[in-house]
Design a protein around this ligand. Structure first.
Ligand code: PMT
Length: 421
């Protein structure tokens, strides 16, 4: 924070979330002539919000659909539009850009662009830059389904894939022609997430590791329509999964909830504690880390009725007999095909937070336990934020302030990464 002569306080705000692999990266975004160009504006905005420096390069075709001004307004940088502009940067613009790029993305990429990339016919600013750069190239095609299916286009795609170009989509959906089929540009949020997946795997400290995360509250059936559960939304587990994905890990979420699946993450849906145990044991057999953020019911009805229980006067004082559930975290072996499985538990407490958490740490063979007070109104269940204490098996304790669940995920993973090395 600084104060100028007039007394105004100004804070230098670094955009993006710490831990986001796009933060501080230089992305060159090539935009080529498709009706889907308008989505490139949103891609640009999301990249800038993530903290990336974005240089946009537009072909003439792209400028028939969107103006350079739209990109300039978002990036605060002049887009590149004219290969022969004498007022451009010193040296050759495409070479300068190509050198600065950490990654190049072309979105949308037309059939003609794929053809030029495949053959090296660098006759527009976008393909010229793509051919000049040593940065990895990711391409998000957009075209009509018949064009996408054409053998010439598929041959170009195969050539580019062989050379290491990564494709993001296209996906099936409604096309500008009115048809429904494969050829639709992947949605901007997903395109940006795919860049995160790529960058995480290329340089993240958890690249090559497999991490299993549990998320959500288990559902213990009373009858076909009723169950016993709790207030867990799954947000904590999904945020950990996203953070682990951003650091390059292969991530599996064993989940009881239907939250949007983060790009690059695999979800195994389960419902009860027993199902979660089976899935976790299977997934952890080849994993490096288990992070148990799910709120697993300690008890379940001794038997679930086959048919819906009917309301009747005689049932007024009815009791449900409960039996103990298996302990998912405690029963997962600490050996896997990778060597030692690092187990991290959570403790959701309403009183004696630290004492109760320490007892759980010792009981479950975990290397760490993340304690959270679930009576807090600004953290815990359902919130986007959490306030946790991280306790380890060597007596260490860190009391962290209120932060986003994504940041909590990174705080846990910082410690996990040290244990893995
Ligand atoms: O999902 P959110 O809305 O984002 O909320 C996040 C959260 C509060 C649910 C999460 O941060 C949390 O605290 N999760 C653990 C909840 C819980 O079940 O705590 P516990 O103290 O009962 O269990 C201790 C540990 O053992 C946990 O890692 C739990 O996953 C595990 N457990 C518990 C019982 C059981 N039968 N099997 C288990 O594996």
């Amino acid at each position: 924070m600084t104060a100028d002569a007039t007394g105004d306080d100004t804070a230098e705000v670094i955009p993006g979330r710490p831990g986001d692999p796009l933060r501080g990266r230089h992305v060159v975004l090539g935009v080529t002539g498709s009706i889907a160009c308008y989505k490139a504006v949103e891609v640009t905005s999301r990249l800038v919000q993530a903290g990336a420096t974005v240089d946009v390069v537009l072909t003439r075709g792209a400028m028939e659909f969107v103006t350079p001004l739209a990109f300039k307004a978002i990036t605060q940088r002049n887009p590149y539009t004219d290969m022969f502009d004498p007022s451009g940067p010193e040296g050759e613009a495409h070479v300068e850009l190509a050198r600065r790029a950490d990654v190049m993305l072309i979105a949308p990429a037309t059939a003609a662009t794929l053809s030029r990339l495949a053959t090296g016919l660098a006759e527009d600013f976008v393909t010229l830059t793509a051919i000049a750069t040593e940065a990895p190239l990711l391409v998000a095609p957009a075209m009509d389904s018949q064009m996408w299916a054409h053998p010439a286009v598929q041959a170009n795609v195969a050539t580019l894939r062989d050379r290491g170009t990564r494709f993001i989509g296209p996906v099936e959906g409604r096309l500008a022609s009115g048809r429904v089929g494969a050829g639709r540009l992947v949605e901007p949020e997903r395109i940006v997430d795919e860049l995160r997946v790529y960058l995480g795997r290329a340089g993240g400290d958890l690249a090559g590791r497999t991490i299993v995360v549990t998320a959500g509250g288990t559902r213990e059936a009373i009858d076909p329509v009723r169950y016993i559960s709790n207030h867990s939304s799954g947000k904590m587990g999904y945020a950990i999964a996203e953070a682990a994905r951003d650091r390059g890990a292969d991530v599996v979420i064993v989940s009881t909830v239907g939250l949007p699946v983060p790009a690059g993450v695999r979800v195994v849906p389960v419902s009860s504690a027993s199902e979660m145990q089976t899935a976790v044991h299977r997934e952890c057999a080849d994993a490096d880390v288990l992070i148990a953020a799910a709120a697993v019911a300690d008890y379940r009805p001794a038997s679930a009725a086959d048919q819906k229980l009917k309301k009747s006067a005689g049932n007024a004082g009815m009791a449900i007999e409960l039996v103990e559930n298996p302990h998912v975290l405690g029963s997962t072996p600490t050996k896997s095909s990778r060597g030692t499985l690092v187990k991290v538990g959570f403790a959701a407490e309403t009183q004696n937070l630290i004492e109760n958490a320490v007892a759980k740490l010792n009981e479950r063979g975990a290397r760490m336990i993340v304690a959270n007070d679930v009576t807090a109104t600004d953290a815990g269940f359902g919130s986007d934020d959490n306030r946790v204490s991280i306790l380890d098996d060597r007596g260490g304790r860190d009391d962290l302030p209120l932060m986003t669940k994504y940041a909590v995920g990174h705080a846990i993973l910082d410690r996990v990464a040290k244990l893995l090395t």
